[in-house]
Design a protein around this ligand. Structure first.
Ligand SMILES: [Zn+2]
Length: 305
């Protein structure tokens, strides 16, 4: 499959709501001294006044030292697309899953088991290196969707373990239940709290279990001292970085369109939080990320499949 064919998912790019935001694209940051990875992004989303297609977005990211991304699916279609893009592009690895807010909707249609089987099938592809994003979201899903969400989360944990790949967790207002589920079902060896939003207590729990803390744009926000304190408590060898683009744009561009090329703003803030030199933090993040997902290098056999 050609790169051009993979550039846009079936049905076109997804759109992020504009909500009266400033939609101009932030300036590129100064390049990082050493390359890092964005371990959670959604390239299928269109946002901003200028269209940034996925391949151009990857090129802009590489120009400032963000050498690779994990492209994350949230439903069957975007999971398939993520796997396709990863199969043809050395800058991309894929994560596949039904999002916790998607699971109750799919369950209501009676399609949860069929769609989970398809996720399991995609998980066997060599450049699909994580199951995600999955987890629990008690903010957007009410009581009535909770059973489906938990069933879906448990099934995703099993798929990650069966394939020996990482798990990327979406945890919104559900810290205790996420931890309880991981302990009950048994967490995969490499478990990542995507866009970590906990406090020092949750960071300590992550340290105890060897779970990864993925740092996103909110860690740069003025009103996030508790989050920064938690990040400082997490073991350095468990830290990862992400944009969750097009959402969660870091300061000084909060609310504007996000993309992987903006990750350096969050990396620089992390270096300040950890009181460590920037180049050291970049090297740390790159090593941690490769430990979780493996190498981004495209094997010749993979490139032709
Ligand atoms: Zn996400």
């Amino acid at each position: 499959m050609s790169q051009a064919a993979a550039a846009v998912p079936e049905g076109g790019l997804r759109k992020r709501k504009s909500e009266g935001r400033d939609l101009t694209r932030p300036a590129a940051p100064e390049p990082l001294p050493l390359p890092v990875y964005d371990n959670h992004t959604h390239l299928e989303f269109e946002d901003g006044v200028d269209r940034l297609d996925p391949l151009e977005s990857l090129a802009r990211a590489a120009a400032v030292g963000v050498q690779g991304v994990v492209q994350v699916g949230t439903d069957l279609e975007t999971s398939r697309w993520s796997a396709q893009l990863a199969a043809s592009d050395a800058r991309v690895l894929a994560a596949v899953a039904l999002h916790p807010n998607e699971a109750p909707r799919v369950a209501e249609l009676g399609l949860l088991h069929a769609q989970l089987s398809e996720i399991a099938r995609l998980a066997a592809q060599p450049r699909v290196r994580a199951i995600g994003e999955t987890g629990l979201d008690f903010f957007r899903t009410g009581e009535d969707g909770r059973d489906a969400q938990i069933e879906s989360f448990e099934a995703h944990i099993e798929i990650a373990k069966a394939n020996g790949i990482a798990l990327q967790i979406h945890d919104r207002d559900a810290h205790d239940e996420v931890v309880a589920t991981l302990i009950r079902v048994g967490a995969p060896e490499r478990t990542v709290f995507h866009c970590f939003s906990g406090d020092a207590r949750l960071a300590k729990i992550c340290n105890d279990h060897g779970w990864y803390v993925s740092v996103a744009g909110p860690s740069t926000f003025k009103n996030a001292p508790v989050l920064r304190e938690a990040i400082a408590v997490a073991k350095p060898e468990l830290l990862l970085m992400e944009t969750d683009a097009p959402f969660l744009t870091p300061e000084p561009y909060r609310g504007r369109p996000n993309a992987p090329y903006l990750l350096p703003y969050t990396v620089r803030r992390l270096a300040e939080t950890l009181e460590r030199p920037l180049d050291e933090v970049c090297a740390l993040i790159a090593a941690n990320t490769e430990r979780v997902y493996g190498s981004w290098q495209l094997e010749p056999a993979e490139a032709t499949s």
